[in-house]
Structure formats: C-alpha cells, structure tokens
Write a protein that binds this ligand. Sequence first.
Ligand code: 4AD
Length: 432
Amino acid sequence: MQYPTIENIKKFHEKEVSLKGWIKNVRSSGKIAFIILRDGTGFLQCVAVKNEMSEENYSLVKDLLYEDTVEVSGVVKSSPKAPGGYEILLSSIKVLYSYKKEEYPIQKKEHGVDFLLNHRHLWLRSSKQFAIMRIRDEIIKSIRDFMYDNEFLLLDSPIFTPTAPEGTTTLFATDYFGSDAYLSQSGQLYQEAGALAFRRAYCFGPTFRAEKSKTKRHLTEFWMVEPEMAFADLDDVMDMSEKLVCYIVKRVLERRGEELKILERDISKLEKITSPFHRMTYDEAVKLINESGVKMEWGEDFGAEQDSVLSNHFDKPVFIHRFPKKIKPFYMEIDPENPELVLGVDMYAPEGYGELVGGSQRMFDLDNLVKEAKKSNLDEEAYRWYIELRKWGSCPHAGFGLGVERTISWITGVEHIRTTIPFPRTINRLYP
Ligand code: 4AD
C-alpha cells in the first residue's frame, strides 16, 4: 500500500492518516478553522473543529504561521466544496518547526514580479509555481519516453565546446586553462556524430545564449531536446517534431489536469493539438505577414512582430520551411530546387507563444560544407572533427531542437518564459 500523500489522498477515503507538510493558509472563526496544508505533492484542506480536538491542541491552530512545518492526523472525508474534493477532519496537529522572528516574505497581497523572482527559492512553494513545475516535470518525462519509444539513443553533448553552431554573436566565453571555451549554444553538431554512429540519437540539456534580448520569450540558459536522424530529410524533421509535440500535449492533458486547472488554462485550445499541423514555405509566410498588415521584405528574418502574426494566425502549430540561405546557419542543406534557399524549418506555437522548434536537413557534401564553413569565418581547427563526419559514412541526415521552456510556456499558458524554469537566468538576473 502506498503511504498517504495529498496527491493520492482519495485512496485513503474514510481512513485515519498522518501527513507531514507545511502551512499554506489558515482561516479561523473561533469554533472551526480551515487549514490549507501543502506537502509537496498538492494542497489539501484540513478542518479543525474545536469540540473534536483537545483544547490545548486546538489552541495551537490560531498561532500557526505561513510555512510552519507540521504533522496533522485525522480522517479523510470527501468534500465537494474543498479544492480537490477531499479534506481531513483533524484529530490532532503537531508543530514540528516554526520560525517566529520574521514574517514569511510572501504574504497574501500583490507583490511585484521582481520581488517574487528575488524570492524564487520560496515562491516555488506557491500553488501556481507548483503547478508549472509539475507540468515541466511531466513534459520532460514525456520527451524522454517519446525518444526512448522511438529508438533514439541518449548521447549527451558536452557543455564546454570550441564551436559556435548558432553564430558567434550569442556566445558565453569561459577561460578554459588559458584558452577560450564556449558554453554550448546547441548540442546539434555532436548529435550529427551520434546519428552517424547510432542512426537515431538525441541530447537533452541546458544550452546558453548571450542574447541581449529582454523579451518574454528569451532566457540566457534554457533547456533543449535535440534529436538527430540518419537517412532522414526535411519532411522527416516535420513529421517527427509534430509527433513529439502531439505526444507531449496529450500526456499533459491526461496526467496534469489538476495543475492545468490551478493555472486556469483553457484546455479546449490544447485538445485541438492533433496531426496534421499546417506547413507553409517561407515565401508563403512572407506573403501572409504582409497581407496581415505587418511589413517585411523577402530575405529578412522574422522579428517579434512577424513571429506574432505566424503564432496567432492558426489554432494549431505551424511549420515554416525553406528559408533564405543568408539568414540561417552554415550547416543547413541547400534546397536542390533553389540555391538561394536552405532546407530549414521552424515550428510556431499557436496563441502567440512563438517559435518552439528549429531544425533542418544537414549539409551532406564535404566540399560544400568546407566552403560554407569558410564563408562563415569558422575556425577550421575547431570544426575539423565535424567536417570529418562527411568523409566517412556521410548520408542525408536531419534533426531539430525543441525549446523546453517555450513549450512549457505555451502549454501552461504562462505569458512570460521566466517562470517556466526553476531558477531563471536572463540578461539581468543571476540571483538566486
Ligand atoms: O532555432 P534554434 O536556434 O535551433 C538550434 O539551436 C538548432 N541547432 C537545433 C537543432 O537543429 N538541433 O533553437 C531551437 C529552439 C527554438 O525554436 C526555441 O524554442 C528555443 O530553442 N530557443 C530559446 N528558448 C529560450 N530562450 C532562448 N534564448 C532561446 N533560443 C532558442
């Protein structure tokens, strides 16, 4: 038999249980008090009735403070009015720890977001942050399960790297025993080695971008899953990333309904996320953007305004593929139909949540890759190993990266990406 936690409390209906946890709130009216207890797995109403407890024990209730550590005992009752549908009728309460010298910093009033982020170590205990982190956990677990079930081998890419796959403007350099090493912007190049060794490989880890952008979509440290497939092309990237996103959304709907409720997420919008997603070329996207009133020239990259059009136009994710070569990294395969384009693709989330996925078919040919690397002024020595992948066993291969925090932001309906990661790192935040 499982031991009782708030998450599984309904299995203990009408049974006597003891729970250890912390005080989230207390409301008392003399003869009866309603305590909200949290135990790390959920929130539960505990009812203390004066006549049902010893006088000494009941008198403790009025002195309870936010975040006091307690042990409560009582019988589990169903209660349609209680959040979650169950409550405990208390027979006793024990205070295990209470800090009385200072008030808990997060009180029942409006706090500015900077204040809350400065107290992130405590803010994580509040119900909305709890719900976001539980959904984050489910999303990460669902990605790992999906990868395993689809025969991808986990092959961790290094964090210290000599290369800059996504361009040299967003690098964090560190002193590596007297020479420069960069914090990884993407594990992709190593996964290309992985795909040629294991057919399907992926990495899943933190990546770093010294982006000076202060938008609600950018972190300087974020998590990315990066699958890579041998004998695969651009269409395979779209098919696989679409399948992955559908799988993640379905898992969260099935297993994290309570958390979505805490966040007041409109789940009817998530229920629509099924195959197929829309697919359009960059050319078609530029046309759509201009028609919607946001101006852009062919050949430009999408900025925040253009992203917003693409991300608000459909009620499902949309793929934009075949971009102008000059706005994409050196490693993307050239479109055989038009040498000005590359076989790259981005996936945009609906409801304005922006780009979730970036991927491409990778350059196959050794000479072309050497030429492109030179054009991008890449340090030949640092990329020697990558170029060697085209000497032995080269084959069409392709992959993508899905940003975990962007995905969480969209699924939870949280406007700003900073609360989708336990301890956010942004251009102006390194604390706590
Ligand atoms: O489009 P990006 O830059 O693609 C790559 O890094 C490829 N090397 C991936 C690959 O093919 N293996 O980034 C992929 C995704 C974006 O679509 C976005 O979801 C997320 O990573 N992302 C960020 N998330 C938060 N903060 C940032 N600063 C991000 N930059 C990218």
